[in-house]
Ligand binder design. Structure first.
Ligand code: 8X3
Length: 250
């Protein structure tokens, strides 16, 4: 039986690398993101290996999420694997200096968006009594750091949602895996620093950061492990990273 995976935030970074890894394993893909041109290019690349379809929406837009996923053709409705990857950090500032628009963007995307997508996918998994949900959290979900209060809060929420999903869904044959990466070199810091590429590059200087494909490898393992195995929670850091904000740089 060929599996179907839906990946949010598939147009770049961990989402894109995960799409490539799952395609190499023969898993058909629903590629979701905001940038249609990037999704089209990725779909074209992966079409040689598996069947793909794309959905363009912003996870923060509740109606758009419901319409896009609810409007999938019947053949694509049987989603076996949901990768809740979409999410970003916006700004790095002390509590008293935080920007409300940044806070909204993180809470709306990282928390509420993840919930909207899950709500659109889970009922079908429950009806079929099978499925696997992978929520991308962060080391920021394990340990709060200075100037990161709302990003860390959003990722702590993801951790709580993963736990809660597991409690509610295990009895329906649905596995839930929480994946918490540390520093991965993607567009993450460029987005956090609002396009300041020099500042973003400094985050990854002096050590060998994780690459998106490192996380994709773990996700591939998690979703292809034997049926009896549930990887509940996994933290992945670069060899030079010891905790959320402890990185040994040379
Ligand atoms: C991304 C990792 O260290 O910027 O979630 O919080 S970090």
């Amino acid at each position: 039986m060929t599996l179907i995976a839906l990946i949010t935030g598939a147009s770049s970074g961990i989402g894109k690398a995960t799409a490539q890894a799952l395609a190499a394993a023969g898993i058909n893909l629903i590629l979701c993101g905001r940038r249609q041109d990037r999704l089209d290019a990725l779909a074209q690349e992966l079409d040689e290996q598996v069947k793909t379809t794309t959905l363009t929406f912003d996870v923060r837009d509740r109606a758009a999420v419901a319409n896009a996923i609810g409007g999938l053709p019947a053949v694509w409705q049987k989603i076996d694997i949901l990768i809740n990857n979409a999410g970003n950090a916006h700004g790095l500032a002390a509590m008293q200096d935080g920007d409300l628009d940044d806070w909204d963007a993180m809470m709306d995307g990282n928390v509420k968006g993840l919930l909207y997508v899950s709500k659109a996918v889970i009922p079908n998994m429950v009806a079929r009594q099978t499925g696997h949900i992978v929520n991308i959290s962060s080391t920021a979900g394990k340990q709060t750091y200075a100037n990161g209060v709302v990003y860390c809060a959003s990722k702590k929420a993801v951790e709580a949602i993963s736990e809660g999903m597991r409690l509610d869904l295990t009895q329906h044959g649905i596995k839930v895996t929480n994946v918490a990466p540390g520093a991965v070199e993607t567009e993450f810091s460029v987005v956090r620093f609002k396009g300041d590429e020099d500042r973003a590059a400094k985050m990854y200087e002096g050590f060998d950061p994780l690459r998106p494909e490192d996380i994709a490898d773990v996700i591939l393992y998690v979703v292809t492990a034997p049926a009896r195995v549930s990887i509940a929670d996994i933290t992945i850091m670069a060899a030079a990273q010891a905790a959320a904000t402890t990185i040994y740089r040379k």
